[in-house]
Design a protein around this ligand. Structure first.
Ligand SMILES: Nc1ncnc2c1ncn2[C@@H]1O[C@H](COP(=O)(O)OP(=O)(O)O)[C@@H](O)[C@H]1O
Ligand SMILES: [Mg+2]
Length: 193
């Protein structure tokens, strides 16, 4: 059920032409910058986009130039967990890691405590308006969210074609609080989940 859906949505996402992908990513960034949870944040966890994900490098650069601290996930395949590492200089520090996702090279891993995060930007294959999320199928973010001891706003970034009526969920699936697309901001906490 989940796997077929993943393939469908990923295929749709691959069909977005690069120029539109960039334009949509800029609109998404603009909406994010207007969000109070973002303007108030100091320590921002951001994924580093790969393949056709909503771009985040301009957001990361914006955060660094505003003096926010940027924290990126490093996947640990053995335990399917995410480690947190502070990123200071994306151009210098990133290289392809697990699955080809850009991650800090071993010499640039700077562990960062999850308790200090103020905001989490979440990638996904699909989301629904309740905030439920379909990932790539390894449950990394579900495990990570489960471990958090503090409420930290989680913001899914997605193109409108990734928003579907209902994501099939398992008990371990952890929702996001907001979703930003090129068309709108979805406040999932209002969606009666
Ligand atoms: N907190 C967790 N503890 C243990 N296993 C988990 C946890 N969260 C997810 N999983 C497992 O990880 C696998 C992938 O999760 P799934 O939700 O299908 O992937 P994704 O979230 O990437 O779409 C499932 O077998 C799921 O049971
Ligand atoms: Mg899941």
């Amino acid at each position: 059920m989940k796997q077929k859906l993943r393939e469908e949505i990923l295929s749709l996402r691959r069909q977005i032409p690069p120029t539109l992908q960039k334009e949509y990513s800029q609109l998404i960034q603009k909406r994010l910058l207007e969000l109070e949870a973002f303007t108030r944040s100091v320590n921002v966890m951001a994924y580093v986009a790969f393949r056709n994900e909503v771009e985040t490098m301009p957001i990361i650069q914006h955060c660094l130039s505003e003096g926010k601290r940027v924290v990126v996930p490093v996947s640990v395949p053995k335990t399917r967990e995410l480690l947190l590492s502070e990123l200071k200089d994306p151009e210098r520090e990133l290289r392809p890691g697990t699955f080809g996702v850009p991650e800090p090279a071993p010499g640039y891993i700077r562990p960062f405590p999850a308790e200090d995060l103020d905001l989490i930007l979440v990638p996904g294959v699909a989301f629904d308006e309740r905030g439920f999320r379909l990932g790539y199928g390894a449950g990394y973010y579900d495990r990570f969210f489960e471990r958090l001891t503090r409420r930290v706003p989680r913001i899914g970034l997605a193109f409108e074609i990734q928003i579907i009526d209902r994501v099939p969920t398992d008990p371990t699936d952890q929702p996001v609080d907001f979703i930003i697309t090129e068309k709108r901001l979805i406040d999932c906490r209002r969606m009666g989940r």
